[in-house]
Design a binder for this molecule. Sequence first.
Ligand SMILES: *Cc1c(COP(=O)(O)O)cnc(C)c1O
Length: 390
Amino acid sequence: MSRTVIPYGKQDISQQDIDSVVDVLKSDFLTQGPQVPAFEKTLTEHTGAQYALAVNSATSALHIACLALGLGEGDRLWTTPITFVASANCGLYCGAKVDFVDIDSATYNICPKKLEQKLIAAKTNGTLPKVVIPVHLSGQPCDMKAIAKLSQEYGFKVIEDASHAIGGRYHDQPIGNCQYSDITVFSFHPVKIVTTAEGGAALTNQKDLADKMALLRSHGITRDPEMMTETSHGGWYYQQIDLGFNYRMTELQAALGVTQMQRLDDFVTARHVLSKRYNEILSALPLVLPYQLEDTYSGLHLFVIRLKLDDISLTHKQVFEALRENGIGVNLHYIPVHTQPYYQAMGFSEGDYPESESYYREAISLPMFHTMTIEQQDQVKVVLEKVLLS
Ligand SMILES: *Cc1c(COP(=O)(O)O)cnc(C)c1O
């Protein structure tokens, strides 16, 4: 019997998306034209942040965000173990030390209480972090008020890794407005909520950070006379005043982003309809459904369940593989970063972050994409039921 797999995530490209990219191909600019600023404008309009810098990936955005905040050798960056490796690697790119704070058992996000405990100890030891990166896992906002309060008390900067969370809200304010952080980063990889194929952005309300990130994404080069050390030699003139990179987004990507952003609210609304229905149809099964923090609206990039392993006969791995064998394209977000060989070689080991590790032993990401049909969702339920109750 042939069977198509229901993927865990999937982009949705409309005819309008295609037309806008084709228009760019026929235009004068494939890079460094009007589409990137237009895309950035959709981001500031959506979030209310003052500045948005589009770049070629969220990984690049995290890197230049860390550099703009002055992260360097001898500094420390803290994040959660339950994230994609990029949220931690950006600290290593800057020569900083990376450390982790364990997750909250209900939200799976960085736990503010454990953060506070670790800060108290770090203050005594002289090992306070310069930057903390909370990650809005699945799109569910972290407890940003608590984190912002600690940042004032202990003097660290905050970068929100909102790769999962565009379109989400925290206390009825859009994620990305940087009310409780210095910089917010989005990803536009195709599995995320809106896509530019590859792409990312860094948002901020601080002009100095925006200027610095604008320099860093394009070789550290400026054409702004105000930033130059001497008067312009002429129309050709530019100056390199910092060491930057080529992290620019292309016009093709930005054009796709502009039309995708027009449908952002519809995408997230559709994800909420699916999530509500999942919660209803899966409620009788031996698993833990996602918890929603009060006063938050998730971007719902992912729908993560946790297996109640004591109540079923199969192992986590057996359930995962049975789901895949039955056409349900499940995934697992994430392998705790500190258990990756590269991080173990730096001295981390299994057992360091028990809550994250116990999450990892039980979590499965079910298919969640806004074009998912009711029939596909029912199929997920039927297979889950069959597997879990066997
Ligand atoms: C996808 C993702 C990234 C990296 O995004 P890219 O755009 O692929 O570089 C970083 N952090 C988190 C939490 C992600 O999910």
